[in-house]
Design a protein around this ligand. Sequence first.
Ligand SMILES: Nc1ncnc2c1ncn2[C@@H]1O[C@H](COP(=O)(O)OP(=O)(O)OP(=O)(O)O)[C@@H](O)[C@H]1O
Ligand code: SF4
Ligand SMILES: [Mg+2]
Length: 327
Amino acid sequence: MESTAREELLRLDKLSVDYPVRGGWLSAVSELSLTLFKGEIYALVGESGCGKSTVAYAVTRLLPGSERVDGGIYFEGDDLTKLSASKMEKVRGRRIGMIFQNPLDSLNPVYTAGRQISEAIALDGVSRLDARDRAVRLLRDVRMPDAEKRSRSFPHELSGGMRQRVMIAMMLSREPDLLIADEPTTALDVSIEAQILSILLDQKESRGASVLLITHNFGVVAETADRIGVMYAGELVEEGGAEDVFDRPAHPYTRLLMRALPRSSKKAGRLETIEGAVPRFTDRPRGCRFRNRCPGAMDVCAVLAPEYKTVNDGHRYRCHLERTGEA
Ligand SMILES: Nc1ncnc2c1ncn2[C@@H]1O[C@H](COP(=O)(O)OP(=O)(O)OP(=O)(O)O)[C@@H](O)[C@H]1O
Ligand code: SF4
Ligand SMILES: [Mg+2]
């Protein structure tokens, strides 16, 4: 991707989110800075519990409410952390659309698929009849089999893949500039997964939408992302162009993830393949958060948090070690 013509859409500036837990605050996201440009797909990857969904909920301001949030979330110039609830309501849906891992949670069980979508469209002042027609068209766009008939089905009458399509159609109906997809395909089989990803790609290509794609599945990333951010225990430990991160991972964590995935199975690879689990930190720890799992950990790693090092333009990683050789 050319670096000169890129226009910023979303910028997280040292975003931190802590949840209240017994014994203090759980540091779920810590001083995370990243920029999403217009018309790109940015994949945020990391194991379960590393804070990916917390980032998504922070951007859409859907966090539970008891948390502590620091830092800025700039979306086309506005700091979303400072917007009033009513202004945020207008941003959500119309300018930032979100699809969740479990569509059942966000579909209304007593509305048909068509009605859910047309209600979303009607929010923008379209007449009910037009909204109904558009709902069916949108269901066709998201490749719902037998769209006309399915528009009259209730969520419990639809398969997981179909529900996901309804949710995506609802989101697309308002043509948001930023789509946040949190594990959109985790519960789906591979062929449906491919279709859902191609819908996201199509949004980028046909109307320049940006996508923040959250996943722990590297296969999903390989096929779709322009850039990758790797998260570990609430921090962004590596970021770069998709090919750079895939072919020349620099952070020990990314390299372990890559090594755990034989080339041939990269496409099917999931991240739970390395030993141990992401630790939970109450209060912000000193030193590097990866040190108890890192094969290269040194004394300094226990006391000093590493700074970012640059591999090349746009490719950076956060570690005390100089990068040596290939993964
Ligand atoms: N409401 C909450 N209260 C307390 N802790 C929470 C809350 N929500 C999330 N957490 C904790 O914050 C950390 C980050 O969670 P988050 O859901 O953001 O991770 P994730 O990367 O999305 O994981 P997954 O891949 O399993 O969805 C985890 O340790 C999680 O247990
Ligand atoms: S800073 Fe130290 S512990 Fe952390 S990833 Fe680098 S070498 Fe490993
Ligand atoms: Mg999650």
